[in-house]
Design a protein around this ligand. Structure first.
Ligand code: HPA
Length: 235
């Protein structure tokens, strides 16, 4: 059975999936890091692949940008394809001077300015958090590999080009980085009782305006992928 946005049949997708925002990133990940990768989706060019890493079945699929987009894809992966572990691999902007370009951020929690959780009719606010087991495995892998990383809160923002620098208020609350998807991913996972984690490389800084070079982005991306893949097969 397929969905409006995914042509995969039941069984085509592994229990554990890596989720970059960019579908071409998904293709590169499949070609570079997975063995025997088979493409399961190209609807809307949102490429998805299943292969193996160190002998274990792992999938990778793009999510697009923003919470409405990752909300659709993650919901379908969980509810139509029985995916149990969803690991977002993305980039984020640093919102703190403590966060260095190229560092890995693991999103222990995600704050948001979005209304995504409104649908749950909660009598308060939802603290969207990572799955502890995934987070612990990712942290231990980064530690073992000697990759610079930090663990903390991120802001999943609805707007990239904001009229005013709202991130400054979030930074005062200790938020380390800004991206646009994790809050919805964590809500979808929480609602369904499955595991999710967001891992990011810091691609730019909204504090200083600096950005990483293409070469540095590639190296740091490889580190993040090592963390994500080792976490994917440990779970
Ligand atoms: N804002 C939102 N998302 C991002 C950013 C940013 O500055 N950098 C990388 N992803």
């Amino acid at each position: 059975m397929s969905t409006p946005h995914n042509a995969a049949r039941m069984g085509d997708i592994a229990e554990t999936i890596l989720l970059p925002g960019d579908p071409l990133r998904a293709k590169v990940i499949a070609e570079t890091f997975l063995e025997d990768a088979v493409q399961f989706n190209s609807v809307r060019n949102m490429f998805g692949y299943t292969g193996t890493y160190k002998g274990k079945k792992v999938s990778v699929m793009g999510t697009g940008m923003g919470m409405p987009s990752i909300g659709i894809y993650s919901h379908e992966l969980i509810h139509f394809y029985e995916v149990k572990n969803l690991i977002r691999v993305g980039s984020c902007g640093a919102t703190s001077e403590k966060t260095k370009l190229g560092d890995i951020i693991m999103a222990q929690g995600a704050c948001t300015d979005s209304n995504y959780a409104h649908q749950y009719q909660l009598p308060g606010t939802m603290s969207a958090i990572a799955d502890y087991k995934l987070l612990k495995t990712a942290q231990e892998t980064a530690e073992k590999e000697g990759f610079p990383y930090c663990v903390g809160n991120v802001l999943s923002a609805d707007v990239f080009y904001t009229e005013t620098p709202e991130w400054k208020s979030w930074a005062k609350m200790g938020v380390l980085g800004i991206e646009m998807e994790s809050y919805a991913l964590y809500c979808e996972a929480a609602r369904a009782g499955v595991r999710a984690l967001g891992i990011f490389t810091v691609s730019d800084s909204v504090v200083t305006g600096e950005a990483t070079s293409a070469e540095e982005r590639q190296n740091k991306f490889t580190n993040m992928m090592k963390v994500a893949l080792e976490t994917a097969i440990a779970i």
